[in-house]
Design a binder for this molecule. Structure first.
Ligand SMILES: NC(=O)c1ccc[n+]([C@@H]2O[C@H](COP(=O)([O-])OP(=O)(O)OC[C@H]3O[C@@H](n4cnc5c(N)ncnc54)[C@H](OP(=O)(O)O)[C@@H]3O)[C@@H](O)[C@H]2O)c1
Length: 249
């Protein structure tokens, strides 16, 4: 990864921040975005004293112009990205489908699906001349239904896998690979905060995982590094589970 340019959307916390630290520790040049300025600048500051190269650009992936600006900044500072990790996402609404407003539905699609479209569009334009690897964060909710009031998120994450496959086929002859991560619950800070409000829920989820525990970012990072690397050059259009076996049956 030394000297490679790595772009990460949704890098201000959780999996994206862990990926930013991991790539920077391998001497890559990392540029990452999110909406929260303080968190972004804090991570930038934390990475640099360890010798890493990281730049935060405040950008909302639902806004096409901000994503275009993010890619322009990436090219200006470090050159076109070698790797893009499109990780920004969030479940914005929990409740029965029949009570969901059209706005709640479209806002959920905007961040989880349209955000990936905006990112793919400008990353592909920037990578066209030299190729690259793009990794989209989907979810187990992108390969199976979930009957717990997150229908918009489920629809969006299914869409992420569809976009991944279509983009992979369009770009296969241009040396741009596009793959997706099928992740289950990950113990990120924000996830743990949500669980704190629901006593017993974490234990219940862990008990339901075939592997018997909930994942941590350390379980996911090796797959991201592999898909980013030259060791995975024959893999494209894949939605790869790193989910403790939950989608196996
Ligand atoms: N944790 C889990 O259990 C789990 C399970 C399955 C899938 N996932 C997926 O994994 C990915 C990472 O989530 P996480 O668990 O690490 O949660 P997280 O800590 O909440 O991270 C989400 C990241 O996305 C960014 N983001 C959200 N909306 C954005 C927007 N409109 N524009 C730009 N950035 C935006 C957030 O930054 P700002 O707030 O600064 O904008 C943050 O950096 C997401 O795609 C999520 O859907 C997570």
């Amino acid at each position: 990864m030394k000297g490679k340019t790595i772009l990460i959307t949704g890098g201000t916390s959780g999996l994206g921040a862990a990926a930013a630290r991991a790539f920077a520790a391998m001497e890559a040049r990392v540029i990452f975005c999110g909406r929260r300025l303080a968190e972004g600048l804090q991570l930038e500051t934390n990475i640099r004293p360890d010798g890493g190269e990281a730049t935060f650009v405040q950008a909302d992936v639902t806004n096409e112009q901000e994503v275009e600006h993010l890619l322009n900044e990436t090219c200006r500072r470090y050159g076109p990205p070698d790797v893009a990790f499109n990780n920004a996402g969030a479940n914005l609404y929990t409740g029965p489908l029949e009570q969901m407003t059209s706005r709640q539905f479209s806002d959920t699609l905007a961040v989880n699906l349209t955000g990936i479209f905006h990112s793919l569009k400008y990353e592909i334009l920037a990578m066209k001349a030299h190729g690259g690897s793009i990794i989209n964060t989907a979810s187990t909710a992108g390969v199976k239904g979930v009957g717990q009031g997150i229908a918009a998120y489920v629809a969006a994450k299914h869409g992420v896998i569809g976009l991944t496959k279509a983009a992979a086929l369009e770009q296969a002859r241009h040396n741009i690979r596009v793959n997706a991560l099928v992740v289950s619950a990950i113990q990120t800070e924000q996830w743990l905060q949500r669980m704190a409000a629901k006593p017993g829920m974490q234990e219940k989820i862990a008990a339901g995982m075939p592997i018997g525990r909930i994942s941590t970012v350390e379980d996911i990072i090796p797959l991201i590094l592999f898909l980013a690397s030259e060791q995975s050059t024959y893999i494209t259009g894949a939605a790869i589970p790193v989910d403790g076996g939950i989608t196996a049956g």
